[in-house]
Design a binder for this molecule. Structure first.
Ligand code: KE4
Length: 444
């Protein structure tokens, strides 16, 4: 597998782009080597500029839940673009998107579109502070909510991967109101509310953290966060930029039965184009300009082409397909299969296969999964938070990453990222991945 053209492009990119990439997580610095450059992506595969084909488990970091270049998304983009690529004037697609989000996520009574997950979380924090008239925000170590100053504190994803969880260039004054706590530790949250009575505007949390690899909330933890915020006049903000519309139609909040006051979205609702959104209780959202005093804006917010792509993605996700073959106990009829059933089946098959491969190779791997999101940690201990994740053997991860890449399987080039399945992945893709893992894990 040669990557001569990628190497030439990377050398050129380094002259004009810091690190040769427009987002740090795309670089291979954490695993060694150089990133490849993509020529084309279709369904569950990407082809680099040298013609090498990979099964893609990054899925553009989450948006490609239907696989790449889905024909219905491409068609929607073409039709929308032909009518103009941006108006800066309200357009019907914005209303369609808002109604879809509000109907799929019951806790969202009103929603505002923006252009990235970072904008969504940054705006939700400002809104929580404006609504509660309090300054402090709680976040959790290893959770990543984009690169807004006040949230770049013990942040995950690239900030963690490249050793700057507390980024340079952020004045202490900008983060003095940010309280960071260990995830899955209720006592730490209780103590924070005790020590900051009446001062905490809200808790922002990835309900299933996917930016330090992937780990899950312990039973009752999310319910606890909902109760303690309500008891203290603070808001619970679910950052569902990654989990939204992925872990269920209604996201992690549907899967875990929680109704946060505010939610942040991105990725999937853009169908691959730049989009973010935040929404929640109408009385809170109506504090936003032009109705209320909390300012938030965006030239391209509700962009018609991005809306068309996202609407096509959601409509396809919401389309029920052939019978699942699971008889419905009440009627005995076969329940229709959904995209989420398919994602769960694929996820379970990948998990079972990877665990078998690790056991056969005698390599300690913790394979965490929630639906179509997953992470393989190279440690024998369970991973429930950032401290556990940090125990993973990153040297082994590096060899695993490159070994799998040489087999034509592309995982995220960092131990501290989640993997993503799509409805375009097939059982054959999973079998290929597991066979490759069996070979690679034996070499570690
Ligand atoms: P963006 O600003 O990158 O659209 O979204 C920020 C964000 C917010 N919240 C969560 C839970 C997120 O996962 C993200 C972005 N995720 C990373 C992947 N770990 C994006 C990849 C990148 O930084 O290039």
């Amino acid at each position: 597998m040669t990557r001569v053209k990628s190497e030439q492009l990377f050398a050129e990119a380094l002259k004009y782009i810091p690190g040769g990439v427009n987002s740090p997580v795309r670089t291979f610095r954490a695993v060694g080597g150089q990133p490849f450059f993509v020529n084309q992506a279709r369904k569950a595969h990407v082809w680099d500029v040298d013609g090498n084909k990979y099964v893609d488990y990054v899925g553009t970091w989450g948006p490609a839940i239907l696989g790449h270049a889905h024909p219905k998304i491409i068609k929607a983009v073409r039709q929308a673009a032909a009518k103009g690529t941006s108006f800066g004037i309200p357009n019907p697609l914005e209303v369609t998107m808002a109604k879809l989000i509000c109907s799929w996520v019951p806790s969202v009574q009103k929603v505002r579109m923006c252009n990235s997950g970072t904008e969504a979380t940054m705006s939700a924090i400002r809104l929580a502070r404006g609504f509660t008239k309090r300054d402090k925000i709680v976040k959790f170590d290893g959770c990543y909510h984009g690169h807004a100053d006040s949230l770049l504190v013990k942040a995950g994803s690239g900030a963690l991967t490249f050793g700057h969880p507390d980024s340079a260039g952020v004045p202490a004054a900008f983060t003095q109101h940010t309280i960071t706590l260990p995830y899955n530790d209720p006592d730490a949250v209780r103590a924070a509310f005790e020590a900051n009575r009446g001062q905490i505007a809200g808790i922002i949390v990835e309900p299933v953290p996917g930016n330090a690899g992937l780990y899950l909330p312990k039973p009752g933890y999310l319910e606890f966060l909902s109760e303690i915020t309500k008891a203290n006049g603070a808001l619970l903000i679910f950052d569902e930029v990654m989990t939204g519309f992925r872990l269920a139609k209604g996201g992690a909040q549907e899967r875990f039965g929680i109704a946060p006051e505010l939610s942040c979205f991105g990725k999937i609702i853009g169908g691959g184009l730049p989009v973010g959104a935040f929404g929640g209780r109408a009385d809170i959202m109506d504090c936003l300009a032009p109705v209320g005093p909390v300012y938030q804006a965006g030239t391209l917010s509700g962009n018609p082409v991005a809306m068309a792509a996202g609407i096509a993605a959601l409509e396809e996700l919401g389309t029920e397909v052939g019978p699942a073959g699971t008889a419905d106990s009440s009627t005995g009829g076969a329940r229709l299969k959904t995209a989420y059933d398919s994602l769960e089946e694929l996820g379970a098959a990948l998990e079972a296969g990877m665990k078998r491969a690790a056991k056969a190779a005698g390599v300690p791997v913790q394979f965490n999964r929630c639906g179509s999101m997953f992470c393989a940690y190279f440690t024998s201990e369970p991973v429930h938070n950032l401290a556990d994740a940090m125990k993973s053997d990153r040297e082994r991860f590096k060899k695993y990453f490159h070994g799998m890449l040489a087999e034509g399987v592309y995982f995220a080039p960092s131990q501290f990222e989640a993997g993503f399945l799509s409805t375009a992945h097939t059982p054959a893709d999973i079998r290929k991945t597991v066979r490759a893992a069996k070979r690679v894990l034996k070499t570690l």
